[in-house]
Write a protein that binds this ligand. Structure first.
Ligand code: PEP
Length: 255
């Protein structure tokens, strides 16, 4: 199974709509060649989604950093899948570690969000990853298996095949530290085995699994070269268009 490489930028709570338009203009001049061989997506804050949908070429997808699982209702501050689709969004991050730790997002809620996203045609980008204490206690495989199982429980094998998983060790996010690419590969291979057990080998072979955590232009190729790593989910280094374009080129094998 050949899986196309995928680079997703997660802007977190950075950039206004005006700043997003400037990013798009810069990216359009910088990433042309890479766009042909790597799938690209940017997840801005909700308030910059329309600006990016208008300003980016159709080949660069716009994603959301979060989505709620209800259709509509008295849920102040939340955004529904249908609202995102209407705004031009095609993918949604669910279960980012900052949502889990700062906003109390549970494994069960992540599963509900994945189901709601898929129901509306959004690709869920399911984030899993151990924190430092869990890593030190050798619980990485157990933690990511539990998170993965809960996230995909309500999805069919075909829906899992079309989803994206991002393995993001919490201790690597924004820290400048990364696992060795071979260690990330081993964890991701384990995630694929869990998916195979629960949803079958066809889904496990097809689902794209990314690495995330302090990825930058200088280290992305080493992660992307691992057989089970299909690209990267990138925070800080995705904020600059030139850096994002360099990561796309490196992931495409042009560097
Ligand atoms: C992230 O926000 O998902 C992330 C991986 O952040 P950073 O690349 O800054 O570590």
């Amino acid at each position: 199974m050949t899986r196309r490489k995928l680079l997703i930028g997660n802007w977190k709570m950075f950039k206004t709509a005006t700043e997003a338009r400037a990013f798009a203009a810069d990216l359009n001049t910088e990433s042309g060649a890479a766009q042909a061989s790597v799938d690209l997506a940017v997840c801005p804050p909700f308030t910059a989604i329309s600006a990016l949908v208008e300003a980016l070429p159709e080949s660069v997808k716009v994603g959301a950093q979060n989505v709620y699982f209800e259709e509509q209702g008295a849920f102040t501050g939340e955004i529904s899948p249908a609202m995102l689709v209407d705004a031009g969004v095609t993918l949604a991050i669910v279960g980012h570690s900052e949502r889990r730790t700062l906003f109390g997002e549970t494994d069960a809620a992540v599963g509900q969000k994945a189901v709601a996203a898929v129901k509306h045609g959004l690709t869920p980008v399911i984030c899993v990853g151990e924190n430092l204490a869990e890593r030190d206690a050798n619980q990485t495989a157990e933690v990511v298996a539990r998170q993965t199982r809960a996230a995909i429980a309500g999805l069919s094998a075909e829906q899992v095949a079309a989803s994206v998983v991002a393995y993001e060790p919490v201790w690597a996010i924004g820290s400048g530290r990364t696992p060795e690419p071979g260690d990330a590969e081993a964890v991701i291979d384990g995630i694929r085995k869990v998916i195979s057990e629960d949803k079958g080998s066809t889904a496990a072979d097809a689902v794209r699994i990314l690495y995330g955590g302090s990825v930058k232009p200088e280290n992305i190729a080493a992660f992307g070269a691992q057989p089970n790593i299909d690209g990267a989910l990138v925070g800080g280094a995705s904020l600059d268009a030139s850096s994002f374009a360099r990561m796309a080129t490196a992931l495409a094998g042009g560097n």
